[in-house]
Design a protein around this ligand. Structure first.
Ligand code: NAD
Length: 350
């Protein structure tokens, strides 16, 4: 690394067991009086919990958040926000729910307080996504960055083992790609190293015992740090591949990341020796792709894209779309390289 520009994003984080009790304080700090509570249908109990805590500050609830932020869902949430006169929102849940809060920030300018309950990291980024007619559009806008993030590990005890493991690998992928990003800085490298170490230590324990409070705290801390890496840098081949795979074949987001990551790492790290050195330290291993493979196996990430129902004949279309779009990466893969990565990820050769 010879020179760099470090342009930090604003970040307010309230972290700790029981931190959810402080949501009303965070809403007051922003001067909000009528907050719309957002969740998925399955996280209704979490929505009820924060609604109680917010008392008169909760103007209404919208529990229709869905994966990939469909524009119809956003329109429905906008109607509710208008009907209750919302001046902000509080999202509680994973990347899908936080994605809906971002869409409302983008369209209505509503500031958000978010309470993440998975390890996806979206809360730390100014990146939004919207899906219409099966096509996902993404963009960056500082207006969508949550104004306050409340991390409460106690809320993650019930996050199922499979979701925890895959979502944790998703977070690690942000840090891996930040380490070889063109806009990486020493601050980002430090966050990435600590985030990967936290998650690699915590995830096997979380999967073995979801109520291990210390491991849940460590995993959520790792997710925060890795999410901050994502927010500050430009992602490479791994995120491009997962974006195309997810969008084209409607695959589960976190599992796709968990499966693909070791294969892209095996391709990229020989061309990114500094990133490799940081990851070797963070993982306590000499062979980073092998360590990522065994971590994915240990935390129950499905073995190969074929286990997600991907057909072998779909892989060529994925390569075509990845080759057609520009993205930054330490080394530009030729078609044969991409096909090799996809073949290995499809077979699940771990
Ligand atoms: P998600 O929000 O869909 O949640 C995954 C599953 O976990 C869901 O079934 C949800 O109901 C369940 N869940 C969430 N919290 C729970 C809890 N506490 N207890 C029990 N179950 C719980 O998925 P995700 O992996 O968190 O996020 C993925 C989405 O986020 C994708 O759409 C992805 O594109 C987006 N994302 C965006 C960014 C960004 O910067 N914009 C970054 C990462 C991910």
């Amino acid at each position: 690394m010879t020179g760099f520009v470090h342009d930090a994003l604003p970040m307010r984080v309230v972290f700790g067991p029981g931190a959810v009790e402080r949501v009303a304080e965070e809403v007051d700090r922003l001067g909000l009086r009528r907050v719309l509570v957002l969740s998925t249908a399955r996280q209704g109990a979490l929505a009820a919990l924060v609604t109680d805590l917010l008392a008169q500050r909760a103007a209404g609830t919208f529990d229709g958040a869905r994966m990939h932020v469909p524009t119809a869902t956003v329109a429905a949430a906008q109607d509710v926000a208008a009907a209750v006169g919302a001046d902000g929102c509080l999202a509680i849940g994973g990347g899908s729910t936080i994605g809906l809060a971002k869409a409302l920030s983008l369209r209505l300018g509503l500031p958000s307080v978010v309470v993440p309950t998975t390890y996806a990291g979206s809360e730390m980024t100014p990146v939004w996504g919207l899906t219409e007619d099966g096509r996902k559009t993404t963009g960056r806008d500082p207006v969508v960055l949550p104004r306050s993030v409340v991390y409460d590990p106690d809320l993650t005890h019930v996050l199922p083992a499979a979701v925890s493991g895959a979502s944790g690998l998703n977070a690690i992928a942000h840090a891996v790609e930040a380490l070889y990003a063109p806009n990486g800085t020493p601050v980002i490298s430090a966050l990435a190293e600590r985030g990967v170490r936290d998650l690699a230590t915590a995830l096997p324990r979380v999967v073995a015992d979801g109520s291990d409070g210390e491991a849940r705290s460590l995993a959520l801390e790792g997710a925060w740090l890795c999410g901050a890496c994502l927010g500050a840098t430009t992602m490479g081949l791994h995120h491009k591949l997962c974006h195309v795979l997810g969008g084209m074949l409607d695959l589960p987001h976190a599992e796709t990341h968990g499966i693909v990551l070791p294969h892209v790492a095996a391709f990229n790290l020989p061309a990114a020796p500094d990133a490799d050195a940081v990851l070797r330290r963070a993982l306590g291993a000499d062979d980073v792709p092998a360590a990522l493979r065994s971590l994915a196996a240990a935390v129950g990430v499905p073995d190969g894209l074929q286990a997600l129902g991907v057909r072998h004949e779909d892989l060529a279309r994925v390569s075509d779309e990845v080759l057609a779009a520009p993205y930054s990466n330490p080394v530009v893969p030729a078609r044969a390289d991409l096909e090799g990565i996809l073949e290995a990820a499809w077979r699940g050769s771990r």
